[in-house]
Design a protein around this ligand. Structure first.
Ligand SMILES: [Zn+2]
Ligand SMILES: [Zn+2]
Length: 355
């Protein structure tokens, strides 16, 4: 058996940093990919490809080997894994791209690729504070589309070349490491834009108190979902409510076989815009939420919040449409019954009063 040797140089973890970010930063020092570094570091420990599984695998063998490689205490390595903070987490709670084509049977088959959103403001402050960029644990969750600290939407798209980024790469800038777009190399804190919003509107939105209040409302729900994920499923009320919210989001993002539209596509919205063409790879999945783009997941959450709080106009939806009518037309009868029952169950569990 080969001896595990420490790496000659390495970066220390930042509190709150996720494993993928830690590996990507260290890979930048060696000029290799995150996947190559993980393979090198976990040689012989039976590591999964760099993706959702590796993010969840904090087995003792993996932790020990990484601690030796990075000359760190085991508890510092353990803290990098989402599962050490959310022990009941499942793969579908993390955002992953979809490996399913249109002709497939619609079962949810998440790819090996983790997809990240990021807050450009957080990254900007990292660099301004003299440290490396780092990706926060929460940014890998399907239930999270907002930065809870700045109360603004996370981004998933490069503001320079507009390509969607799945796993950001790192580049060395002087002594610091920054996350950059893998397509054009622009740093992800380059501009404070918002996905799918023209930059001049984005600037206005970022200064508008009404929009800020709506964003804060979404943050409240997302914080609730994150807390619920820390509790074991069963009869506890919070995980039950969180499960229903995810079920509703899946139903809103799902297209019935042969249907060109999903329920979510029927709700026009200029603040929470999500072009329907974005949903092509995920529309027929049975559980599309984890595989959908950030702005689609956010819109699904907004539709749910607006329904529960009866505040459609406030959230920027046209007042002239019939909510139930759209959902009934775009869902299969079984899914519509499930949707109505889920809404009823959620109301019965007293959301939003107890949020
Ligand atoms: Zn932020
Ligand atoms: Zn780019």
């Amino acid at each position: 058996m080969t001896t595990i040797k420490p790496l000659p140089v390495s970066r220390a973890p930042v509190p709150g940093e996720n494993f993928a970010s830690f590996i990507a930063r260290n890979a930048a020092i060696f000029g290799c990919t995150a996947n190559d570094l993980i393979k090198h570091c976990l040689n012989g420990a039976g590591c999964a490809p760099f993706g959702p599984d590796v993010q969840l695998d904090c087995s003792d063998a993996v932790i020990s080997q990484l601690a030796t490689r990075f000359t760190l205490k085991k508890k510092d390595i353990t803290a990098l894994f989402v599962q050490s903070h959310w022990p009941f987490l499942e793969r579908r709670d993390l955002t992953a791209t979809s490996g399913v084509n249109d002709d497939d049977n619609g079962e949810t088959l998440l790819s090996q690729q983790l997809r990240f959103g990021w807050c450009p403001q957080c990254l900007l402050e990292d660099r301004a504070g003299g440290q490396d960029h780092f990706l926060r644990h929460e940014w890998a969750f399907s239930a999270v589309t907002m930065c809870s600290q700045h109360g603004r939407p996370l981004n998933g798209r490069c503001t320079a070349c507009f390509s969607w980024i799945e796993v950001p790469e790192c580049a060395v800038y002087g002594k610091k490491i920054a996350f950059v777009c893998p397509t054009c190399g622009a740093p992800l804190d380059g501009q404070l834009g918002i996905d799918a919003v023209a930059s001049q509107h984005a600037r206005k939105m970022l200064k508008c108190p009404q929009t800020e209040a709506l964003w804060r409302r979404i943050v409240d729900y997302e914080t609730f979902l994150l807390r619920a994920l820390r509790i074991k499923q069963g009869n506890a009320k919070r995980p039950k409510m969180a499960h229903i919210i995810t079920t509703l989001a899946n139903l809103l993002l799902h297209a019935a076989n042969g249907s060109p539209v999903r329920p979510i596509d029927c709700f026009a919205n200029h603040i929470f815009n999500a072009p329907s063409k974005m949903g092509w790879p995920t529309r027929h999945l049975s559980e599309p939420f984890a595989a959908a783009h950030l702005i689609e997941r956010r819109k699904a959450l907004v539709v749910i919040i607006a329904t529960l709080e009866d505040s459609f106009a406030q959230f920027g939806f046209s007042p002239h449409y019939a909510f139930a009518h759209h959902c009934r037309d775009t869902m299969t009868p079984e899914n519509y019954i499930k949707f109505e029952r889920s809404l009823f169950d959620l109301a019965r569990l007293a959301l939003p009063i107890s949020l």
